[in-house]
Structures are given as C-alpha cells and as structure tokens.
Design a binder for this molecule. Sequence first.
Ligand code: SF4
Length: 327
Amino acid sequence: MPFFSSRSITYSPAYTIVPTYECFNRCTYCNFRTDPGNDSWMSLSTAKNIFKRLQNQNVCEILILSGEVHPNSSRREKWFNLIYDLCELALSMGFLPHTNAGHLSFEEMQKLKKVNVSMGLMLEQITPYLLQTVHKHAPSKNPELRLQQLQWAGELKIPFTTGLLLGIGETEQDSWDTLTAISQLHQNYQHIQEVILQPHSPGTQQSFDAEPFNPHQLPEVIAKAREILPEDIKIQIPPNLVKDKQWLLACIEAGARDLGGISPIDEVNPDYPHIQENELREMLHPRGWDLVPRLPVYPQFDGWLSGDLEIGVKRWREEFGILLFPN
Ligand code: SF4
C-alpha cells in the first residue's frame, strides 16, 4: 500500500467479542477462563447490538476470541456453530472477522475460512517440557497439535497470525526453536502474516506464580526474532504489556512494526488496559514513527480471499486510504 513507509508502525482498529469464557484447558497463567458450564454464551442478538453500536466508529476488525469446548463434548458443534454465525454476522454488518478459538480440526478451519479474512493461534512455545508445568492441564497446548494447526492453515491458504508467550518457564533456546519452527512453516506455505511476542504479565486471576517477563529483555528477543523470521513476517508487540515508553520505543528500534488490535479491553490481559491510539501516536511521533491503521489481513493475501471477504477487504482498503489522505 502506498501510504506505508519504513517509518510506519501499524495497528488494527479492533473490537473483541468473546462467544464464551469457558475453557476445558487450565493453563496456570490464564486470566480469561471460567469452568465449563459456568458461563452463558454470547447470543447473536447481543452481538448484533454491539456491532450496530460500532458501525461508523472506524472499527474494522472483529476479533472473535473464545475459550475452548472439548473436541469430544456433545456441545462442541453448538459452540462451533455460534462462532461461525458470529463471524458471518460481523461480516454482513461491514466488519472483517479474525477468529482465534484455540485448537480446531481441519474441517472446522476449512469452514471458518469462508467467514474470516485471517485467523490466529498462538504457538506459545514448542518445548514439550511445558506440558509438565504450566500446560499440565491444558491438552490443547500440546505443541504438536499447534504446529499441525499452523500447517493446516498453510494448506488451506488462511492468512495466519501466531506468536510466542515469553516468560512461562521456557529457556532462551526454546524461544529460538519456536521462531525457527514458525519460519520453516512459512517457507513451505507463505501464510504467516505476523508473529506476536507477548511477555508474560501476571494478572489477578492466574495461579502461575512467576515474575513478569522482563520488558528490558524484549528488544533483544525482537532483534533475534528479526534475524530468524523471514522479512515478510511482521513482528507485533502488545503495547499495554510494555508500559514504559522508552522500552516500547526500544522494541520498535529493535524491529517490532505492529501493535496489534487496539480495542477498549484486552480480554486476555484484563489487568492491563490498552493504550489508546492518540497516546500511542504522541509517543511515536517525536521519534519519527507514524502510527497507521491496517486491516486484519495483510495486502499480500488479498488474492486468497473471495466473495464477501474480498468485497469487504476492498472497501476497507479504500476507507483507510481516505482516512490517511483526507481532502
Ligand atoms: S489460556 Fe486459553 S487455552 Fe489456556 S485456559 Fe486460558 S482460555 Fe483456555
């Protein structure tokens, strides 16, 4: 896109909806989940009211972020259909859906591709060691399942976002191995659009008793990730988890170029409110960085979309061009 330059830092004007907080996994660092059966699921009419309110507010991406219902549960189909219907509704009301609903089957991904411009799943860390610790009661965090899902995304030509969670008991080498695995998958399928580097940031609901990932180490990790990952994969950092302005700027100098979805609440880290657009712009501008909105799908993947997804993306590309170049 002509309006992006080498000094552009992107973000996605987004809103997160949560079909359900219930999750059969129990990652010990989780600040999101409730026990199965303890959460009423979002209804389509509630979602419709939210979407109506968001229209004409320049919100482009609807991030559908869900806890997981067990693949063998009799409620799995109902859960999946709700996610599909929420995506379809968001799309029909002019938004661009991006779903991250944890581990999905090939068939589920194939169906969701029809109503999502891109999808996501954090790889987190590929070391199996974490299955004995933070993921001891989280079967869908098995790294083999996650790698398989990233491969399926490539086979299905789904533009994909993944990432690492840093500071959950991994070694430095584990992180480099995880980045290498992402890089290899991308070389086979060319489908990874961005990699999130998310520092563990303790919240009030988690049982995992560990220090936050040291934000001072993040620029170093970003620089190494930049060496390992192919150039066409963008590195994303969540600015609300790197609160200090100097360290945020250091992360950008080290190679981070995207700040992810900026919405009223960070559902995964509810104790860390998002920094809003104007504040970010004020931080970046004096150092010569421009903050520019982007879509949840990167331009090189537009040719993978068809039908309503293609029409919606085309409309938003024009809209963002107008926002960036007002008369
Ligand atoms: S981190 Fe995700 S998968 Fe793990 S318990 Fe929380 S919602 Fe479930």
